[in-house]
Ligand binder design. Structure first.
Ligand SMILES: [Zn+2]
Ligand SMILES: [Zn+2]
Length: 138
C-alpha cells in the first residue's frame, strides 16, 4: 500500500510503498516506490515476474516535485493523479542487493534510497516537517 507524503513547508511530494500490477504482460509484476533521502526525488524499482526474461529495473523522476495545492480545491484523490508522478522514466537494471551502489538520478548520491519514510525524517529539501497525506490500496 503506497503512502503519499508532503512537506508542509516547501510542498515537496513523494510516495513510498508497493504497487501490484493487474496486467503482467509487460514482464513486471510490481513496483516499489522509493525516495532519495538526500534530495527528495522519487524513484521506483520495478520488479520483474519470475517467468519473464526481464530484470528488475530502476524508474525515476528527473527532479524533486513540489505540488502546490490550488486554493479552494478539495483534495479527494491521492496527488499522484494530479501531478507528473506517474511519468517515471526508465533507468538501468538494478537488483535489491546492489541498491547501495545505485546513484540518485538527480543529486547523484549513492545508497540514499529509502523504501519507507519514518516520522523523524525531515524534508530533504528544506528541513521542514513531512506529513503523510494519504495511503491507499491498489
Ligand atoms: Zn520541504
Ligand atoms: Zn537524490
Amino acid at each position: 500500500m503506497p503512502e503519499d507524503y508532503r512537506c508542509s513547508s516547501c510542498s515537496l511530494v513523494f510516495m513510498v510503498g508497493n504497487f501490484y500490477y493487474f496486467k503482467l504482460d509487460s514482464g513486471y509484476g510490481s513496483k516499489s516506490m522509493i525516495v532519495c533521502r538526500n534530495c527528495g526525488t522519487q524513484h521506483a524499482i520495478e520488479h520483474s515476474i519470475k517467468k519473464s526474461s526481464k530484470k528488475d529495473r530502476l524508474l525515476f523522476q528527473t527532479k524533486p516535485i513540489h505540488l502546490i495545492e490550488t486554493e479552494g480545491v478539495a483534495r479527494e484523490k491521492p496527488f499522484i493523479y494530479e501531478s507528473e508522478f506517474l511519468e517515471l522514466k526508465v533507468g538501468e537494471e538494478v537488483n535489491l542487493k546492489t541498491m547501495k551502489d545505485v546513484q540518485c538520478k538527480f543529486c547523484n548520491s549513492k545508497g540514499t534510497f529509502s523504501f519507507v519514510w519514518k516520522k523523524k525524517y525531515k524534508c530533504p529539501n528544506c528541513g521542514g516537517d513531512i506529513k503523510e497525506v494519504s495511503s491507499w490500496t491498489t
